[in-house]
Each structure stands twice: as structure tokens, then as C-alpha cells.
Design a protein around this ligand. Structure first.
Ligand SMILES: [Zn+2]
Length: 552
């Protein structure tokens, strides 16, 4: 319907033009020619990207490359500038895939009662190591609470504890009084490992807590233990985010971890009970040691990010970039149960985000007045493997990192109902909050507060890689309010997460509302314009934790 409206409007302007002659051409204002969002375009993109032939677009697969070729081809059609490597659209990312060798994982605890060998997957989990093909250590253990360090929030779990040459033992999770988004960063695995290495640890064991068990059971986590781990390789061929100092890393069930605490000043059950009651936990020396060993097999794969730009019209501001990102990869093929359909099509995760990004690119590239700043589209690989494609791009950007003024990320917009509001995770950290609100208001959408702050979604998609590079970022999502009184957006959300998220049923048979997708593209276009044409580039809020931690 929108397409028809556009066509008749354009016909009308053409008719006016020919009737009034050439002199009146200027009377057709820029707004008359403003491109209209076309929901059929989004549908066409989405149906291609979520098709069975692409087999779930797994990182490094042919299906992913076909999807990448499609995106490249569309950017070419739009006449965008290639911004990848070697004057092309692709940025090649090489990954090391590490598989743990069958029956190689060993963890034994030695305490006053003797030595106990724990059983892989029943009692502990180890993953493939992307640095070492074989490792074996024997070292004393030491408990460091959650293993978090943050000057801003007054935490240093390593204070007055000697961990040099030892295996540190930590609880999964973080202190309860940290705000959710800051806490998600401070309590992340990568931060914990970094601080352990800094203090001289040689191994790292995380204890699965009852608190964690309520969210995801140990058995469920263990069922994924054989899956390979991926790291991207830097120019020297070293896996990013891996520490040579840490020889062994394991995840252990609460019951099995009790052996580590035999003869220590506190029993693990008491510590875990404090954790459940949100009582602050301090570390202490343990009276045990561990033997840890594993063997890993390595494979190398590569998979590209696709990068393109619309050049800005302002001679100075065109050197600054508004960055739109969306991940193109999904989780490929998997078999669980006796379901016939084994393909994870990822129609909403994230064919929807990429399709909307492509339509946003079309809208912004056909504006009668070009945006002042340049607009960069970064379609990334390996999000599902741990935000790896975006991490590679943010660490090896094809434009200077200081010239990326903002990131707007699209991941899994739930276009299943006519949403009446949007959520912008990250909007409370920078001036992007008011910018997004202004843009949304122009098309009668409101900006709502994060309805699920406990999920800390600000740290869970590709924009987080840009945040870590110091770039103010927002992650847009359809809000919970619905224009249709018979549909509860929050319920649709809950149902999707429960029944379709990372499952075979995330496919085009879902009741996708392309009118909602069109609104989402429109709000993205408005946000892009607002940032691109703004007098000032976006800034982190005064004293904001993420701004202070990551921006130069
Ligand atoms: Zn996903």
C-alpha cells in the first residue's frame, strides 16, 4: 500500500513538472522527493537471507558467503562506496576454531582428604584452547570471590590476596550492588580473566552457583561443552583475547567445587548461601591444589565483514562517520530431538536487522539532500560466536576510530507486532538518548526506558564492540507498546525468546509484520539523519562509566 502511494505521488509530481514546464522544477521541494520506505524491499531481503538454501548462515560457511555476496551486490546497486580492504566491500576476518580433544580434559582436586579426579561434563567443563594444543599444570588454588576489579565502584577482589603462580577460583556472576550494564561489563568473563592474568594467575576455575543455576543449569551449559571456541587472529596470527599466561581454564559444578574448600577458613556452602542472599563476598586462601590438563585441535576459517559508505556532503564533516551495524551470521544447522527441520534460519536473528539496514541504506542514499556526515554500514560476521566480527572491525577499523561518531546497532528487531515505541539500549550513557528520542518523535514513535535492565542488553550485541572502542552507541529494539490493543508487545517478546530464539522455528513462517519492519527502517533513517546532520557529534554523558573507561 505504501508503495502504491509513493507511485501515485511521484506520478503526480511528474505530471506537474510536465504541465508547468522546466522553470517550475524548483517548486518541487526536497520533502516531496524524500524517499519512502518500501516494506516489500525488506520482505524480499529477509526472505532471501532466511532461506533454507543458506543453511543458517554459520560463520565461515558457504551459506554465510552467499548472504555476504547478496549484501555486497545490493550495496553496489545503491552505488555505495566500498570501505572494506583492497578497495572492496569485504574485510576478511580469519578465525582459529579450537576443538577440545575427546577424553583429554582432566581436573583433579588434591586436598587433606587426598586426590579426587572429577568427571568431564558431569562435574566440570573445559573448552578448546585457541593458543595451546596441549597443556598440563599443577598448582595451588586461591579463592578471590567474584574476581572483579573496579576502581569506580570500589571493588578489588585481589586486594591483599596473593595469586602469583596459582589457580584462581571465582564464583560466576558479580556483586549484587553493581548497576546492571556497568556490572555486566565489570563481571564479564573477559574482564575477570584479564585481572587474573594481571595478578599472575596461571589457571582459572569458575564455580557454577545456585543463583546461576536458576537461569541456566550446569547440565545445559555442559551439553554445549564440545562446541568449538572461536577467536579472531590478528595480523601476527595470534588469537585475540587469549592470554598465554593462563594455561588452563575450567567451569565447575558447585557440588564438585566443595573439594577445593576443604580445610579452608570457610566452607563453600556458606559462601554460596551468601551469594544467594546478596551478601558481599571476600576472597581467602584455600588449602587445596589442582591438576588440570587438556588437548585441543585447531582449524582456521575465514569469513568477511561487509562494509560500505554513503559519502557525506559537507567538506569537513564527511570525514566523520555514523556507523550502522547488524550481524549477518547465525548459528547454522543443529539437530536436537527428532525434528526434521535442522536449519536455524534466523529470520529475526538477524535477517530482519540486516534487511532493515539495507532498506535504511537505500533511503539514506537516495535522499534529495545528502547527509552532511558520511554514513558507514558495517554488516558483521561471527556475532553468534561472541561478537567477534564487530570486535575485529572495532579493533581494525577501515576508517579511523576517532572519526566514528556513533554506532546504531540492529540486532533481532522483533517485527511481529505494530510497535508503538522503541527502546534504545545505551541511550542513558550518551547524547544519543535525546537524539534518538527526537528522531522517533518525528514519526510519532516514543522512546521508552529499558523494560528489562536486569538483562543488561547493552553489553550483549555488536554495539558493545564499538563502546569498547570509545564510540557512543545505541542498540535499537522494538518497544513493548503495541498500536494494536489486542497485541501485548511484552508478551510477544517473551514468547519469541521462549519458543523461537535460536531455534529452528525462527523462520519466515513466523507472523512477520512488514509494516512494522518499515517503521523500524524509517526510525533508523531518522536517527541516521539526526546524527549525520547534527551540529555537534554525539558525546558520552559527563562522568559516564563507559565513556570514562573506553573513550580517549
Ligand atoms: Zn543470536
Amino acid at each position: 500500500m505504501k508503495f502504491k502511494l509513493l507511485t501515485s505521488a511521484s506520478l503526480l509530481s511528474l505530471a506537474l513538472l510536465s504541465a508547468c514546464g522546466q522553470n517550475n522544477q524548483t517548486s518541487v521541494t526536497a520533502t516531496d522527493k524524500k524517499p519512502q520506505v518500501n516494506e516489500q524491499n525488506i520482505k524480499a531481503h529477509l526472505e532471501f537471507l532466511a532461506d533454507d538454501t543458506l543453511l543458517g548462515r554459520d560463520t565461515g560457511s558457504d551459506g554465510y558467503q552467499i548472504a555476504a555476496n547478496y549484501v555486497k551486490s545490493y550495496f553496489k546497486q545503491l552505488g555505495l562506496t566500498p570501505m572494506g580492504e583492497h578497495k572492496g566491500f569485504e574485510q576478511k576476518v580469519t578465525f582459529r576454531k579450537a576443538f577440545i580433544e575427546e577424553n583429554s580434559a582432566q581436573l583433579s582436586v588434591i586436598n587433606n582428604d587426598g586426590e579426587v579426579a572429577l568427571k568431564f561434563k558431569d562435574a566440570f567443563i573445559m573448552s578448546g584452547d585457541s593458543l595451546l594444543t596441549a597443556s598440563a599444570i599443577e598448582a595451588e588454588t586461591v579463592f578471590v570471590g567474584y574476581g572483579v576489579v573496579s576502581k569506580d565502584f570500589g571493588y578489588d577482589d585481589y586486594q591483599n590476596i596473593d595469586v602469583e603462580g596459582k589457580v584462581v577460583v571465582v564464583l560466576t556472576g558479580r556483586p549484587d550492588d553493581l548497576p546492571s550494564e556497568e556490572g555486566a561489563h565489570i563481571g564479564s568473563g573477559s574482564e575477570k580473566l584479564k585481572h587474573a592474568v594481571k595478578h599472575g594467575a596461571v589457571g582459572f576455575i569458575t564455580i557454577h552457583t545456585p543463583k546461576r543455576d536458576a537461569v541456566r543449569t550446569f547440565a545445559k551449559t555442559a551439553s554445549n561443552a564440545d562446541a568449538p571456541r572461536l577467536n579472531w587472529l590478528n595480523k601476527e596470527g595470534r588469537p585475540f583475547g587469549k592470554y598465554a599466561e593462563l594455561k588452563s581454564v575450567a567451569y565447575i559444578s558447585a557440588e564438585s567445587a566443595e573439594a577445593l574448600f576443604v580445610g579452608a577458613e570457610r566452607k563453600l556452602t556458606d559462601v554460596l548461601s551468601d551469594d544467594t542472599k546478596n551478601i558481599a563476598i571476600k576472597g581467602f586462601a584455600l588449602n587445596s591444589s589442582v591438576k588440570m590438563a587438556s588437548k585441543s585441535r585447531h582449524e582456521e576459517i575465514s569469513s568477511p565483514n561487509i562494509i560500505a559508505a554513503i559519502e557525506g556532503s559537507d567538506p569537513t564533516l564527511k570525514d566523520e562517520y555514523v556507523v550502522f551495524s547488524a550481524h549477518l551470521d547465525h548459528i547454522g544447522v543443529s539437530s536436537h530431538g527428532d525434528e526434521e527441520d535442522k536449519i536455524n534460519n534466523g529470520a529475526l536473528d538477524n535477517a530482519s536487522g540486516v534487511s532493515i539496514l539495507l532498506e535504511t541504506a537505500r533511503l539514506l542514499s537516495t535522499m534529495p539532500e545528502k547527509p552532511k556526515r558520511s554514513i558507514l554500514f558495517v554488516v558483521v560476521t561471527a556475532e553468534e560466536k561472541g561478537l567477534l566480527g564487530s570486535s575485529y572491525f572495532a579493533t581494525n577499523p577501515t576508517v579511523p576510530v576517532t572519526q566514528m561518531v556513533a554506532n546504531v546497532n540492529l540486532d533481532m528487531p522483533l517485527i511481529l507486532y505494530p510497535f508503538a515505541d522503541i527502546i534504545a539500549f545505551g541511550s542513558t550513557h550518551s547524547s544519543l538518548g535525546p537524539i534518538v528520542a527526537r528522531a522517533a518523535e518525528k514519526i510519532d514513535l516514543s522512546l521508552s526506558d529499558d523494560p528489562m535492565p536486569e538483562q543488561a542488553l547493552f553489553t550483549r550485541s555488536d554495539h558493545y564492540s564499538f563502546v569498547k572502542a570509545g564510540v557512543p552507541s545505541v542498540f535499537l529494539m522494538t518497544g513493548f507498546q503495541s498500536k494494536d490493543p489486542d497485541i501485548n508487545g511484552g508478551e510477544v517478546f517473551g514468547d519469541f525468546f521462549k519458543n523461537h530464539y535460536h531455534q529452528h522455528s525462527d523462520e519466515t513462517t513466523l507472523p512477520i509484520r512488514y509494516d512494522a519492519a518499515a517503521s523500524f527502517a524509517e526510525v533508523n533513517m531518522m536517527i541516521g539523519l539526526e546524527i549525520a546532520n547534527g551540529e555537534q557529534r554525539p558525546t558520552w554523558n559527563q562522568g559516564d562509566f563507559f565513556g570514562k573507561t573506553f573513550a580517549q
